[in-house]
Design a protein around this ligand. Structure first.
Ligand code: SAH
Length: 273
């Protein structure tokens, strides 16, 4: 249950868990301010909307979504623009689910989805105006390589828009172990090192915002949903899986709240790199 070969195998197996506790968007919610009382589902769409606003602002038409999940964020953009979307994921299950959702909304002509590893993209250079990495880079063993690949497929002055987890402090070995086993999380960078990595990879960082406070209520929503779905989770997985989640919950919560942060960034592919 805990040892997955890669994030693809992880999502193939754990996808049903996310559907039950998180819904179609496999990402954190974004609450605009402490008085914002929207539901998790709306807050998750709000996070996607940060990407959509930036994409439309930069006039992107060919958009690549790196780690597209079951396609929900890409579909939301397609329904609000004339963009051509290409989603990739390394989960076979997610590819099938994304294609079903795209078909149901009759977006086949504009939203594509395929199985591909972001660290080795099968697209020609300079083929996208905008690339999204919505909470996917933290899964990648070679984040630098993925950023270089994204850089290659972006046209000059194209934008990479991303959210990702960062480390506030180096995790203890035991924390890193359960975060990698339970979430396929690779070791995280601190904010400063992350921005530097983007620059070293040929990007001009235009926006780099710590939005940890905006996404923090997601943890409370998670706890409520996990408590609410105990029976369903036991039926889909088994009692020992649910017991394991419950046992780790306090440590996961503490790690998220105290030792990790979350950033939103917009980076432009510089003319000369
Ligand atoms: N962006 C989506 C899904 C986020 S979950 C959403 O917001 O709903 C993380 C995603 O990253 C999953 O789709 C997973 O398959 C993908 N992913 C992780 N490692 C990857 C890799 N090396 N190449 C491509 N996709 C990857």
């Amino acid at each position: 249950m805990l040892n997955h070969k890669d994030a693809g195998q992880y999502y193939d197996e754990i996808g049903a868990f996310y559907e039950l506790v998180w819904g179609d968007n496999i990402h954190m919610g974004y609450w605009h301010n402490p008085d914002d009382a929207h539901s998790l589902a709306i807050a998750q769409d709000n996070l996607t909307d940060l990407f959509i606003e930036q994409t439309l602002q930069h006039g992107g038409t060919a958009v690549l979504d790196i780690g597209c999940g079951v396609g929900q964020p890409a579909i939301r953009l397609a329904e609000r623009s004339a963009c051509q979307l290409t989603g990739i994921t390394i989960s076979e299950r997610q590819v099938r689910q994304a294609l079903t959702r795209v078909q149901a909304r009759e977006l086949n002509g504009r939203v594509r989805c395929s199985y591909m590893n972001a660290q080795s993209l099968a697209f020609p250079s300079a083929s996208f105006d905008v690339v999204w990495a919505l909470e996917s880079l933290f899964h990648m063993p070679n984040r630098r390589r993925a950023l270089q690949e994204i850089h290659r497929v972006l046209r000059v002055n194209g934008r990479l828009i991303l959210t990702d987890f960062v480390a506030r402090k180096q995790l203890e070995p035991a924390q890193q172990l359960f975060m990698s086993q339970l979430f396929q999380m690779q070791p995280l960078l601190k904010s400063g090192a992350y921005a530097e990595l983007l620059e070293q990879s040929g990007y001009v960082v235009e926006e780099f915002r710590d939005i940890s406070a905006n996404i923090a209520p997601t943890i409370d929503e998670w706890k409520v949903n996990i408590a609410r779905q105990q029976t369903e989770l036991t039926n889909v997985y088994n009692a020992s899986f649910v017991a394991m989640i419950n046992a780790y919950a306090p440590q996961i919560e503490e790690t998220y709240r105290q030792d990790m942060g979350y950033i939103f960034a917009v980076a432009r592919k510089a003319a000369i790199s």
